[in-house]
Every structure is written in structure tokens, then in C-alpha cells.
Design a protein around this ligand. Sequence first.
Ligand code: HEM
Length: 461
Amino acid sequence: MAGCPVMGGGAAYVPGMMSVLHAPHGVAAAGARQPLEAPPPPRRADPVGGALVRGGAGVEPHVDAALSVLPAVSERSSASIRSAREPLYYGDYLQLDKLTTAQAPVSARCGDLQHDEMLFITIHQTYEIWFKQVLYELDSVRAIFTDLKIGANEIATALHRLQRIVEILKILVDQIRVLETMTPQQFLNFRDYLFPASGFQSYQFRLIEIKLGVQRDAVQQERFMSALSAEHRALVEAALQEPSLFDYVERWLRNMPFREFRGYNFMESYKITTNRMLELDRTAIEAQFFGKECESMITELQKNERMFRSVYDREVHEELRAQGLRRFGFRATCSALFIMLYEEEPMLHLPARLLRSLIDIDDAVNQWRYRHTQMVHKMIGTKVGTGGSLGFSYLRSTVDNLKVFTDLSNMSTLLIPSRLLPSLPAMIRDQCKFFHSVEPYDRTLFELGGGGDTLLDWSFC
Ligand code: HEM
């Protein structure tokens, strides 16, 4: 196993490695994330996430030696790969010796084995392994967004990985059910042995939060930082200096073309359309309702009008931002809305799905917070946590309050029905279009065994 080039022996992934490989935007000032206007980093990370770079400085010598036996990657046949390395054994490859000997109930060490502690350990370890995978995917997506120019292929890759994160998070939520097969009494039987360890000290969970772009207040941040070991604190502090996924997505949206494009102005056309829509709504309300009811309906309508105005009136947007009701900047908000409104344009399919996957991630993390909080209440009621927090009431305060992409999920307010949506100018539609030319269908090609490849010429303009 050692030195296996295919498996990258010695090239284990360490969460936070992206910071080492990218040092994305220069040396960080303490306490502040790096602004994203700075030039992109000199080199992109390895597309699989930045940490499994092989053959460069820092790669162990035995890996290089094994690599030299193999031809260039594009020249490798299955046989050459198989013969160039030692035969691989399942248990070695997965390092099962390490994995299956890492469950050591502390109650047993204290001569009081509590059967259910094993489940407690296994569940936590499983979580941490999934956290590691989430970080791996998250780092790779952030690496994609370090480029200032991001093509459709890269968006597709990022989307694919974000969707994978969503699926993992769903499993993490579901897994709570397994833990809930343990009764509160069974938990209490070994809880005292755990003090003062707590999930509060999960540095990987903090890294996920930070890398997504969760913003905690200074008091909370100080509290979880002081609960971490020096080594883990250093990793978390490094992550705090890097742009989060939120920052990258914001920059990507901010720089999107089409919002204002050769005489076309999205904000202007949105203003005309929403004003017309509001007029129609007002007429309908005044025709249907009277007195106080009518007044309150009109007040609601005016609130919505303010929301619509925030798309074309920067001042209103900034007011909402100052009130903490918006996080994206003005331009990024307009772009996100443009993508969502015109997502049926082929070129906007992927960006729209990407935005939706960010909402899904937010939802899934929030679901986890909610289910974990519920489960904690079932297990320990309102007792304080082993990590020293208020327990249930602290956890409950995190539900719904630490979402990252609320601007995107709140965007439904700003949507307008497709029938009222102004058509895009032909020039922009053409820019947004995939088209394919299909030659007349010729059955004989299929009957002769052709795959039909020649029938389709996909072009991207
Ligand atoms: C019987 C099961 C569990 C109980 C009673 C429990 C209890 C708690 C409590 C009371 C807290 C608040 C911090 C504190 O003062 O300790 C907390 C935080 C936390 N727990 Fe659990 N927990 C359980 C299972 C889990 C599992 C399976 C995970 C998976 C990794 C987990 C991960 C976390 C994380 C990441 C936090 C920090 C949350 C935040 O700060 O927003 N917990 N837990």
C-alpha cells in the first residue's frame, strides 16, 4: 500500500489545506476576511479540491519513485496501472485497522461499560467523517470560484459537488434517528464520563460554518474559539481569513454580464414591469375590498413595492442591508434575480440550479440544527451542555438565525409571473442560447449500428 501512486499514498486530505495551497488573497489581517477585489491567486488548486496534488514539492519520495514507473497519465492502460504497484488489500486501502480500533468507550476504561456509549461514539465518528467529505467538496467548489472567469463546465462541476453536499447533509439529518434509539436514561448512564467534551468542540463543524459564510457575533465566536485546542483554533482562525463560499458567489454574481448589456438595462425593465404589476394588483384590491380591509391590503402592497424598488433603487437596497435584511450587494442581488427570472434561457439553467443548491445547503444545515436541538431536548431537557453552554436554549437560538443564503431564498418575493416577464432583447437571447442543429433523421444510420453521433451537432454560442 505504501507508495501506491494510484491511491496517492501519503497525500491525505487535511481540511483547511486550501488556505495553504492558495493563500488566496495575500497575507490576512487579523480578524478580517480578505476582500475579493484582489487579483486571483497565482495558481488554481488541483480540481479535486486542492490537497491531493501529486508529484510537486512536498510529495513523499516513495510516491515519486512509484510514479516514475508509470507512463504519462494519458498513456496509462489498465494493465500498466495494475502492474506498477503492489497488490492492494481492501482493509489496508481503507485503513480499517485504524478505523475499527478507534471506538473506545470511556465508561469501559473506567470499569463501568455502558452498552450505549458505543453507538454514541460511532455516530459522532460517522458525522466527523462526513464533515470531512463536506469540507473536501466545499474547498473544491471554493477553489473553482477563485477564478475570475468561470465557464459553464466549471459551473457544472461546482453544481455537482454542491448537490453532493446537499445529499450528505440530508443523511446527517437522518442519522439523528439512529441516535434517538438510545433513551435519555441510557445516555445519562454515561454522560458524566464525557465532561467537558462536547460537539461544541467539533472544529470541522466550525470550518463548515465558516467556509459556507455563517456569520456569528463576536461573543459566540469567542466562546467556540476558546473551547478549541490550539491546533484546531489555528485551523479555524485560518479559515476565518479566507473568502467564504458566500464571498465567492457574491463576486461571481456581481461580475455577471447581461444585467446591463449593450443598451439593455434589466433594472429599468424590471421597474416598468413591477410598477405595472402593482398597478394591476392595486386595481384588483380596490375592486374587491373596502374600508379597513382594503387599507391593510394596500399597506402590504406598499411593503412589496419597497422590496421591488430595492432591485432598481440602490438606496433602498442599502437601507435593507443596514437593517440586516439583505447580505448580498446591490449588483449581486440584481444578477441573482435576473438568473432566477430568466432561468429558462439555456445559458442560465446551470447558474439557476447552482443558486438553488445553495438554498438547499442552507436548508439542510438548518434542518440539522433543528433536529439536533429537538434531540438534545429529548435527551437532557434544559440541563446545561457538557460544553458549558445553556444547552437547549443556546441551540434553539441558532435555528433559523445562521443561514447564509437567505437573500436567495427570500428572492421569491421579487419574482414575477412569466406572462408579465419582459422578453429579453434578441441580442441577449442569442447570447444565452444553446442550439443544436439536427439533420434529417436517417434510420439506416442506427440500423447499421452507428450511435447516431453524426446526427447531432451541439454548438454553444
Ligand atoms: C445525546 C446526543 C447529544 C446531545 C445530548 C448533545 C448535546 C449538545 C449540547 C447541549 C450542545 C451545546 C453545546 C454544549 O454546551 O455542549 C451541543 C452542541 C453541538 N453538538 Fe451535540 N449533542 C448530541 C449529539 C451530537 C451529535 C451526534 C453530533 C454530531 C457531530 C453533535 C454535534 C454538535 C455540534 C456540532 C454542536 C455545536 C452546535 C453549535 O454551536 O451551533 N451533537 N450538543
